[in-house]
Write a protein that binds this ligand. Structure first.
Ligand code: NAD
Ligand code: UDP
Length: 319
């Protein structure tokens, strides 16, 4: 296949490029570097199957030649308002990437009779009142909350994807990604895993926002990529959760990272750093992924962290 991947210079996009190239496909990466970095693709320079187009997906997209699949991953993804890469500091760009970017990438898929896969998110469930979250749950999102620029853009993107499927018969997929981590996350984007690892490697206390009782369920990147490949190769048009169902509090995560890095500095609680609509609990129900895709995660949190910590150590040594 000849595959267009938007957000290719980001964390997940760059791993997708690697995977599809390794499987023998041709990949065209697209990115405007708003939160990603060219260094994530440097190792692909000169690869005969890879090409790159620097472009903002919010504007009309032209890609020469036939495309067989489009994977739309371009969007800021960190909620942390203390980071310049956080989507609350890029609110209009985030809404445009989710709305116009999804419209433009669906247009490419329609014109090419290509498969389309949307990177959606557990954030569409908002502050969930159902736990764990099944795909049938409609969510609980504040339309004007601080996170709404991301949540509502992704909800719109899901609706538009289904509209193109139902009305234009585009062969679409929707993956609802739960917290995924690994090498090539932007160390400055403020998401909890890179932030904690950076602090631990500097021998600083880890900053817990709020009281640390909030939970997340962390998936290692190789597991997520496998799930996405299986979904793309399936015939499933309705959303599928992909994530690791093992749930941890932020206190547990911080203690694990301090243990694995040997950081003696402990943790500090920043009571007021937690934004109002930061979900209190999040855990995927992955029954659909298990039954439809025969997929489940293989990598534990500890194993994943042990693969990720050396990457950030390297990044910090070269900073
Ligand atoms: P990331 O910030 O590392 O990657 C996003 C990439 O998209 C960056 O390279 C950025 O420069 C690019 N981009 C943003 N807006 C763009 C635009 N208008 N035009 C072109 N490129 C643009 O984040 P990530 O974690 O790799 O996230 C990738 C996708 O997966 C996002 O759509 C995100 O919403 C989704 N997602 C990620 C997670 C996760 O845990 N990592 C969870 C849920 C959903
Ligand atoms: N968080 C934290 N300290 C940090 C960064 C994040 O306690 O330095 C918390 C944040 O408030 C949230 C959780 O960690 O409750 C996960 O945050 P992340 O930014 O990774 O993404 P989210 O899952 O909220 O989209």
């Amino acid at each position: 296949m000849r595959i267009l991947i938007t957000g290719a210079a980001g964390f997940l996009g760059s791993h997708l490029c690697d995977r599809f190239l390794a499987d023998g496909h041709e990949v065209i990466g697209m990115d405007n570097f708003i939160t990603g970095h060219a260094s994530n693709l440097a190792h692909l320079a000169g690869h005969p199957g890879f090409s790159f187009i620097r472009h903002d997906v919010s504007n009309y997209i032209f890609v020469p030649g036939k495309i067989d699949a489009v994977l739309h991953f371009a969007s800021p993804a960190s909620p942390n308002p203390m980071s310049p890469f956080g989507y609350t500091n890029l609110p209009i760009q985030t809404m445009k990437a989710g709305a116009m970017g999804t419209h433009n990438t669906l247009g490419v898929a329609k014109a090419n009779h290509a498969r389309f896969l949307l990177a959606s998110t557990s954030e569409i469930y908002g502050m969930p009142l159902e736990h764990p979250q099944k795909e049938s749950y409609f969510g609980n999102v504040d339309t004007i909350g601080i996170r709404s620029v991301y949540d509502e853009a992704k909800r719109f993107a899901e609706s538009l994807t289904m509209a193109y499927h139902r009305f234009h018969e585009v062969d679409t997929r929707i993956v609802r990604i739960f917290n995924t981590f690994g090498p090539r996350m932007n160390i400055e984007d403020g998401r909890v895993v890179p932030n904690f690892i950076k602090q631990a490697l500097k021998r600083e206390p880890l900053t817990i926002h709020g009281d640390g009782s909030q939970t997340r369920s962390f998936c290692y990147v190789s597991d997520l990529i496998e799930g996405i490949v299986r979904l793309l190769n399936s015939d499933e048009h309705f959303p599928v959760n992909i994530g690791n169902p093992v749930e941890n509090t932020m206190i547990e995560l911080a203690e694990e990272i301090n243990r694995l890095t040997g950081n003696p500095a402990g943790i500090i609680f920043m009571e007021h750093a937690r934004v109002g609509d930061d979900p209190q609990r999040r855990q995927p129900d992955i029954t659909r992924a298990r039954t439809l895709l025969n997929w489940q995660p293989q990598v534990s949190l500890e194993e994943g962290l042990l693969k990720t910590i050396p990457y950030f150590r390297e990044v910090m040594n070269h900073a």
